[in-house]
Design a protein around this ligand. Structure first.
Ligand code: ZN
Length: 441
């Protein structure tokens, strides 16, 4: 049995309980066992102390959208490396997309991911199952079998669910399992051959554009189908002002929809492509300042429910090529908090909202079938993230735990750093400067 751990004197933010004040947190046998305000100390003696003055102590982050690449693309990432990268980024729960090889469209591959996660992972890994068999968009995957295998949602992410009839069926069946359908919204007839956001910059660079309308057409269709079926729809990586508007109106009408936005779509514009940086090539593409403003407004007004990374690692050689040939994707776990904190430092988001979008809100979408998440409530698994909101650091991709070093933020200075990540009471990541103090009182 390990000694209880007291995280002492930090700024505790737990939107699930409305806590936003200085206090201490005791972890005993993997669970949150005591929470005290101000200078309070736990009643029982004998615990180690982790001083947290000046730091934020919050529930472990939850990522509803990432790519762990295993099975099939282990040169890009594995569950072992991806979950360590997640821990470095402050995430204790990550939901992995099924576009692996073979894809997660049957019980056996889902079981494979779950067993790898148990034996080699360091955080909670929750798989997402396919909508269609083999992700071909033709026939439905065995959704009942996938639901019993423990998937937390269905998605053909990487590709949209093109066929409206199939999407309708998937939404209808999903209701029986109480699980959301996550769609990657893209009208592929409008984006074919596209490399970046359509606009002046694409024209200047001579790259084929992907118009905002390609996303919005599919968002509108999905919302209509969600209304028709009464199912739970989740829109992946929203990037345009128009999509935010569509989702806003759907929510006003009472349609069951939730939506996510990524850290890169909130902080980077299409101008990141100006030097033909293939590490800024992502799908959906980086958009404009105006879109970013609408996305942030959407977060503030709960039109957009959560922030998800869409962590999409690739090998260096895959990205070291002509722009048109490079794969889409950004390795996002390890820079998520640092880049998102720029929105807090600029006064565009409160710390409380940011933490809610990374903890309590995604936990609501997943539900608690897989244990309590996104809360520091007494008795909940001790999944805790500690971060320094003001620490400056330079993104050094050589230090990444992820195999994917594909980020346009390489070499950038970020303000805000994860200092420790605790999963089920176990320290799965800690910054070199963190030291525990033993207290035998
Ligand atoms: Zn996607």
């Amino acid at each position: 049995m390990t000694k209880p751990l007291l995280i002492q004197g930090g700024h505790i933010i737990d939107p699930s309980q409305g806590i936003d004040e200085t206090g201490s947190l005791l972890i005993t046998e993997g669970k949150v066992s005591w929470l005290g305000k101000g200078e309070e100390t736990p009643p029982q003696p004998g615990y180690d102390v982790l001083p947290a003055k000046g730091r934020i102590v919050c529930p472990g982050f939850i990522d509803l959208h990432c790519h762990l690449r295993q099975p099939g693309f282990e040169e890009k990432e594995t569950i072992a490396t991806g979950s360590r990268a997640a821990a470095r980024g402050g995430f204790t729960t990550i939901c992995c997309m099924p576009n692996t090889s073979p894809p997660l469209d049957n019980q056996a591959t889902v079981e494979f991911v779950k067993s790898k996660a148990t034996t080699e992972g360091v955080v909670r890994v929750l798989p997402i199952g396919c909508i269609s068999k083999d992700r071909k968009g033709e026939g439905l995957a065995p959704m009942g079998e996938l639901a019993s295998a423990g998937v937390i949602a269905f998605s053909d992410d990487g590709e949209p669910a093109v066929d409206s009839r199939l999407m309708r069926q998937a939404l209808e069946y999903s209701r029986a399992f109480g699980l959301p359908i996550i769609d990657h919204c893209e009208d592929i007839t409008l984006t074919e051959g596209g490399q970046m956001n359509e606009g002046i910059i694409a024209t200047k660079l001579g790259l084929r554009g992907m118009p905002a309308a390609a996303e919005e057409i599919m968002v509108a269709r999905d919302l209509a189908l969600a209304q028709l079926t009464g199912a739970q729809l989740h829109i992946a990586h929203v990037t345009t002002e128009g999509s935010v508007e569509l989702i806003r109106r759907a929510k006003e009408k009472g349609i069951q929809v939730t939506a996510e936005v990524t850290p890169h779509h909130l902080t980077l514009t299409e101008e990141s492509i100006l030097g033909y940086d293939t590490n800024a090539k992502v799908n959906p593409p980086l958009r404009t300042r105006r879109d970013i403003q609408a996305l942030i407004q959407g977060l503030r007004e709960n039109v957009i429910d959560i922030i998800a990374t869409d962590h999409a690692p690739h090998t260096e050689t895959e990205k070291l090529c002509e722009f048109a040939l490079a794969p889409f994707g950004i390795s996002g776990f390890e820079t998520a908090l640092g880049s998102l904190m720029s929105l807090v430092h600029d006064g565009q988001l409160t710390l409380n909202t940011l933490v809610a979008k990374l903890t309590y809100e995604p936990a609501k979408i997943i539900g608690d079938k897989h244990g309590k998440m996104g809360t520091l409530a007494i008795g909940a698994p001790a999944d805790v993230t500690i971060f320094d909101p003001d620490m400056d650091w330079v993104v050094d991709t050589r230090a990444f735990a992820s195999k994917g070093r594909n980020t346009p933020l390489a070499g950038s200075m970020l303000k805000g750093k994860v200092m420790a990540t605790i999963f089920h009471g176990e320290m799965v990541y800690k910054d070199g400067s963190i030291k525990l103090e033993a207290k035998g009182k």
